[in-house]
Design a protein around this ligand. Structure first.
Ligand SMILES: C[S@@+](CC[C@H](N)C(=O)[O-])C[C@H]1O[C@@H](n2cnc3c(N)ncnc32)[C@H](O)[C@@H]1O
Length: 249
């Protein structure tokens, strides 16, 4: 399998030129303010660390609310996009699967399914361990993850039309690797006469497995929401916002 599927600078150089447009079409740019308002509740007047900070979609509005925001990303390309956008947010190149920092934060967060870019269970747990160590004693970890939809696969594969508007068609192809809970996917983005091919690989994780992984590193679920506006988490939820604190705090 080509390395294009792994999240690396290869991945980022594919996505970076279209990242903001893509997020805007998917409603993720419009959602950034409500996401920052949600996160501010856990770090008002304090500090926050974003894992996989990207172009600062969430970090920038959070920093504009007076929070000291820092971030980690493993892509120079994404860090350059962030640097062009703000000098309020300090970010460094690193692997969120295994990082350590002297600084302790009121909030560590990982939005937009980014934990799933770590494609093994071990890497995901190691990330949660690093995040837990970076928290103040009373600190909070917030994770946003989609609810996996593992239906409709025939022979281990499926193709889904995820968006059609007057200008764009998004078609996603997924190959399922159930032993590793991996999806090896490609987004095909048709627009006018052009088509972009955007490969990626993720490890999906259900909310209860996430709670167990968090418990392995001394964290306990405190709250779970269905979206950033604080909507209820139900069996119809397409994603969850999960809030963890140190067990016993
Ligand atoms: C889906 S984007 C999310 C960006 C941002 N958090 C947001 O909500 O818009 C995932 C980001 O994680 C970064 N990334 C992927 N693997 C990483 C790793 N192992 N360590 C740190 N950052 C990583 C990518 O470069 C990318 O910027």
């Amino acid at each position: 399998m080509s390395d294009d599927f792994a999240y690396s600078d290869n991945w980022a150089s594919n996505w970076a030129p279209i990242y903001e447009k893509f997020n805007s079409i998917r409603g993720r740019v419009a959602e950034a303010d409500v996401t920052a308002a949600f996160l501010e509740r856990y770090c008002s007047g304090g500090s926050a660390l974003e894992l996989g900070i990207g172009d600062g979609r969430v970090a920038v509005p959070l920093s504009e609310r007076g929070v000291i925001v820092e971030g980690i990303d493993n892509s120079d390309t994404m860090l350059k996009l962030l640097g062009k956008r703000t000098d309020l947010v300090k970010a460094w190149k690193g692997d969120m699967a295994n990082f350590s920092t002297e600084q302790r934060y009121n909030l560590v967060y990982c939005a937009y399914n980014t934990l799933m870019v770590l494609v093994t269970r071990e890497a995901q747990i190691s990330c949660l361990r690093s995040a837990a160590e970076a928290l103040h004693d009373e600190g909070t970890l917030v994770l946003e993850l989609l609810m996996p939809v593992i239906d409709g696969f025939v022979g281990g594969q499926k193709t889904t039309t995820t968006l059609v508007d007057h200008e764009n068609t998004f078609v996603t192809t997924d190959i399922h690797d159930p032993l590793n809970q991996n999806l090896v996917s490609t987004l095909l983005w048709f627009s006018g006469t052009s088509v972009r091919r955007l490969p990626y690989r993720v490890r999906y994780v259900y909310h209860q497995e996430l709670d167990t992984m968090a418990e392995c590193v001394g964290l306990k679920l405190a709250e779970r929401w269905g979206d950033w506006t604080g909507g209820e988490f139900t069996e119809g939820s397409k994603r969850h916002i999960s809030v963890y604190r140190r067990a016993g705090s």
